[in-house]
Design a protein around this ligand. Structure first.
Ligand SMILES: Cc1cc2nc3c(=O)[nH]c(=O)nc-3n(C[C@H](O)[C@H](O)[C@H](O)COP(=O)(O)O)c2cc1C
Ligand SMILES: [Fe+2]
Ligand SMILES: [Fe+2]
Length: 385
């Protein structure tokens, strides 16, 4: 793709239009991009490789931008196979090229590619001169792997941010950045908010003009907006006003209750009611919405003396992403011995700073007038929370 970054920094990434699931888990309705860049200088540096699905396309994009020259360095900021699947092919083609990576990455590297090229390691804070460009490395452990090393190009003020500021979708997709970047962030990086905060602190002194992530568009305008969202997300602070209502119903009664509740909440003027039928919705989208809003209301069926599995799966994801600092209300349904509430609570009780709104409401199969009154009262309590 012809994407202009600067006169000497070229885009050589690839778009993957027919990937079924990114990381074998996340739907990518608009595909995925594996970004890679070439910094042309006395010692030209290739910034990241590509997924094995795109070896030929990536190598030919690189060859075209090199215009007969040879790459001097291949800088590996992150070893995950979506960025290193093509390293072996690169090294076969350019045996003289020097690989640049952090020390942790060097220890892990043999797991990802067996190559004979020289490897140079860089430490946090170290610089590497390419001629007129200088790369300054910033260790970014656990954003979102241990070996991640971002780098900042000083002369053009470009941050090569590894997977941070990444997004699902190919680069020719015209869609809202935040929606797919938020889904990417909370599901892939979300557990490591503290490490992202540390990184943002380290970067605070760098005047950044362009962010070149490993996925998603190159960001060159309005950078405070993107940095601001990352600050909010990594601090586990809600981003938007409103309530997320998630329901896992088997035969529809619990769904009816959730819909009734959502109507009441909307009628009270709640700024936003995001509603998901958990078994039918992309779980990653549910995780995203649970983090987006300050309040979440969960409606679920009892199942085999436990919790209906789609809701349990959502809670497992939220536990793994260290869900916290939210207000939560619970509604359970059960036809003989309701057990969903107990299981939902067992997950939430182990999370940090979860405040319950109202008491657990129990429905026995179908919604009664009493249940309706309880849901109406809950809507008021949630709206005022
Ligand atoms: C496989 C299966 C297991 C269930 N296990 C329980 C249970 O352990 N305790 C209970 O009270 N209800 C149980 N139920 C009933 C569901 O909780 C019931 O479908 C629900 O409460 C009614 O709401 P719904 O119309 O939203 O499905 C089970 C239902 C199914 C299909
Ligand atoms: Fe990654
Ligand atoms: Fe990635």
């Amino acid at each position: 793709m012809d994407i202009k970054i600067t006169d000497s920094i070229k885009y050589i990434g690839t778009n993957d239009y027919d990937l079924d699931l990114f990381e074998s888990q996340y739907i990518v309705p608009n595909g995925m991009a594996y970004n890679s860049y070439l910094i042309l200088d006395e010692k030209s540096a290739v910034m990241a490789a590509a997924d094995k699905r795109k070896i030929d396309e990536w190598l030919s994009a690189l060859e075209k931008e090199l215009a007969g020259e040879k790459p001097y360095y291949l800088v590996l900021q992150h070893l995950e196979p979506d960025h290193t699947g093509a390293v072996k092919a690169f090294c076969d083609k350019y045996p003289e090229a020097i690989l640049v990576m952090g020390e942790t990455a060097k220890r892990m590297f043999p797991q990802f590619a067996a190559v004979d090229n020289e490897i140079v390691t860089v430490k946090d804070g170290e610089s590497l001169s390419l001629g007129s460009h200088t790369l300054k490395f910033t260790a970014s452990p656990m954003v979102h792997w241990p070996e991640v090393m971002m780098c900042y190009e000083e002369s053009e003020k470009v941050l090569f941010s590894a997977d941070a500021f990444g997004k699902f979708g190919t680069l020719d997709t015209d869609e809202d950045w935040a929606c797919e970047a938020r889904r990417y962030y909370f599901n892939i990086v979300g557990k490591y908010g503290q490490q992202v905060q540390a990184l943002l602190g380290k970067l605070a002194d760098c005047p950044i003009e362009i962010i070149c992530p490993l996925h998603g568009p190159i960001l060159s305008e309005n950078l405070d907006y993107y940095l601001g969202l990352y600050k909010t997300w990594s601090a586990y602070e809600p981003e938007s006003e409103g309530t997320f209502v998630a329901v896992a119903s088997i035969h529809g009664h619990t769904l009816e209750a959730a819909e009734y509740f959502a109507e009441q909440l909307k009628a009270l003027g709640e700024p936003k009611v995001a509603f998901s039928e958990v078994p039918r919705e992309d779980q990653a989208e549910c995780v995203e919405d649970a983090f987006r809003y300050p309040k979440t209301v969960l409606f679920a069926c009892s199942y085999d003396a436990g919790l209906f599995p789609p809701m349990e799966e959502l809670l497992m994801h939220l536990r793994d992403k260290t869900y916290r600092n939210r207000k939560v209300a619970l509604v359970q349904n059960g036809s003989w011995a309701p057990s969903a509430g107990r299981v939902m609570k067992s997950y939430l009780d182990n999370m940090q700073n979860i405040e319950y709104i109202g008491d657990l409401i129990t429905i026995k199969t179908s919604l009664t007038e009493e249940n309706k009154a309880q849901l109406k009262a809950l809507a008021e309590a949630v709206h005022n929370a």
